[in-house]
Design a protein around this ligand. Structure first.
Ligand code: ZN
Length: 43
């Protein structure tokens, strides 16, 4: 399950050792791609 930083758009695979984006320091990380919400179905 990959995460994406909403600030720089970098993909982050592991989200255990850090709380912020290691690239830009962004603190907002979302699952998958921000633009694509099709895989975000919970039903
Ligand atoms: Zn970032």
């Amino acid at each position: 399950m990959a995460y994406v930083c909403v600030q720089c758009g970098k993909k982050i695979k592991q989200l255990e050792n850090f709380v912020r984006c290691p690239y830009c320091g962004g603190r907002i990380l979302v699952k998958g791609r921000p633009n694509i919400a099709r895989e975000y179905q919970t039903d």
